[in-house]
Design a protein around this ligand. Structure first.
Ligand SMILES: Cc1ncc(COP(=O)(O)O)c(C=O)c1O
Length: 451
């Protein structure tokens, strides 16, 4: 279709996700290379969001990954993981067992992140029944995003996403997340960790710990703005889960496959989870594939007698998706992408921290290539913007101005207002410089407008 026809057809027929459609003329992205995208008018953008925190190897490997997909299409375009295996699912499961923490050696494939979360919750419930216990609840954290299907949505801690669809799946409680920026300034890291663990323990006690199937946390919480865990936090969470017989699931849909500078956030923070949910970076989004990675202890409950996990999805373990994920992981290893993030994350951090000179930037936080700038009205008091100001600032100005200047990142107000930066993992100093340059200009203008 010609450019104008595409736009008209988009207007008439396409329904965009999480988009206010009225009067909206969406950009039409037609091409990608390295960290860059082009729209149908030829305008170039630096994609500082890696698609949706997901195109880890960047946009230049279509040829090589396409070849792997083509060969798989020729050999076996589809077969199922329902009672059958096929070579690519076996090879991918084996590769994931090699990359994941030592005690995790089994993969259950699905087609995306929400399905992975949904499946993990069901798996946790059935794990407990297999051991003769009835446990059904899930504990997640405030402001955390875990997907949109009913189970995953119920686990979400973002009221604006949950409310329109209530009643949700019952049995989810949300505990405090690791946002330290708005805690008392004289609180030590140790005290903060204890505060969070006390909150979790109180919630478990209130719910009745023997009704709780699973605690599900991201190693670094994305929604709210890249909340990293304080020292000792995940060790405390792990110990509490062990004490109460609860499974610990690390939702690594974003943090998996290099984003934090390690293959998994669970490795970086020594979390030792029982389950890992992953998707996005598993294929660098070149295919729709996700997985629940399962610890030996959990699998053992299903490995005897007539026991089975009563769950499946047609496209789970799709051979073409598996072939693409395998090729993606091969490219990541060959190109040294994870060590590259580990090496360059400090350069990105230093550059982003230079934006703390601006009046509007209250905090810069994150790790690896997963960062957020928190925007504030008053740096001294850390006062945030009202809902109305936030609406005018983020939707009314920032998102559009950044995009106008050719930078794709996310201005997000699902918690306090933040700008999220999460470039493809192949990004380097040139891209960091562009990101910081454009953010600097636009945030300076935003402050002038506000004040
Ligand atoms: C932590 C986390 N879990 C789950 C999901 C849901 O993944 P999907 O959009 O592939 O369903 C997301 C998506 O952003 C996520 O960030």
């Amino acid at each position: 279709m010609a450019t104008s026809d595409l736009r008209a057809a988009a207007h008439d027929h396409l329904w965009l996700h999480f988009t206010r459609m009225h009067g909206y003329d969406p950009p039409v992205i037609v091409r990608g290379e390295h960290c860059y995208l082009w729209d149908d008018t030829g305008k170039k953008y630096l994609d500082a969001l890696a698609g949706l925190f997901s195109v880890n190897i960047g946009y230049s490997y279509g040829e090589e990954i396409g070849q792997a997909a083509l060969e798989q299409m020729r050999e076996l375009p589809f077969y199922t993981n329902w009672s059958y295996a096929h070579p690519r699912a076996i090879e991918l499961a084996t590769k994931l067992a090699e990359l994941a923490p030592e005690h995790i050696n089994r993969a259950f494939f699905v087609s995306g992140g929400s399905e992975a979360v949904e499946s993990a919750w069901k798996l946790a419930r059935q794990y407990h029944s297999a051991r003769g216990e009835r446990r059904w609840k899930a504990i997640s954290r405030q402001t955390a995003y875990h997907g949109t299907t009913m189970g995953a949505l119920s686990i979400n801690g973002i009221p604006a996403l949950r409310t329109p669809f209530e009643p949700l799946v019952p049995g989810v409680e949300h505990v405090r997340n690791t946002n330290r920026y708005h805690r008392p300034p004289d609180e030590t890291e140790e005290q903060f960790t204890q505060f969070l663990l006390d909150d979790l323990e109180e919630t478990l006690e209130q719910e009745g710990p023997d009704t709780v199937a699973m605690v599900i946390f991201e190693p670094v919480q994305n929604a709210g703005g890249s909340f990293t865990p304080p020292a000792g936090y995940f060790q405390g969470v792990r110990a509490m889960c062990d004490r109460y017989g609860i499974l610990l699931c690390a939702d690594e849909v974003i943090t998996g496959f290099g984003r934090t500078g390690d293959w998994f956030g669970s490795l970086k923070y020594d979390i030792k989870p029982d389950l890992i949910t992953c998707a996005k970076g598993l294929s660098s989004s070149y295919a729709a594939i996700g997985a629940v990675l399962v610890a030996d202890k959990v699998y053992d409950a299903f490995s005897t007698g007539t026991s089975m996990f009563a769950h499946g999805i047609t496209f789970g373990g799709h051979p073409v998706g598996c072939a693409i994920a395998l090729k993606n992981l091969e490219i990541m290893e060959r190109e040294g992408i994870v060590p590259h993030v580990a090496e360059k994350q400090h350069v990105l951090q230093t550059q982003l921290e230079s934006l703390l000179d601006l009046d509007i930037v209250g905090d810069v936080r994150g790790t690896g290539y997963l960062w957020a700038l928190e925007l504030v009205k008053n740096k001294e008091t850390r006062e945030t913007f009202s809902d109305e100001e936030s609406e005018t600032l983020l939707r009314g100005f920032l998102s559009g101005a950044l995009f106008e200047k050719g930078l794709i990142c996310r201005a997000d107000d699902r918690g306090d207002p933040v700008v999220q930066i999460s470039p493809p993992l192949v990004a380097d100093e040139q891209e960091f410089g562009q990101i910081v340059g454009i953010l600097g200009e636009v945030l300076t203008e935003a402050w002038q407008r506000i004040s």
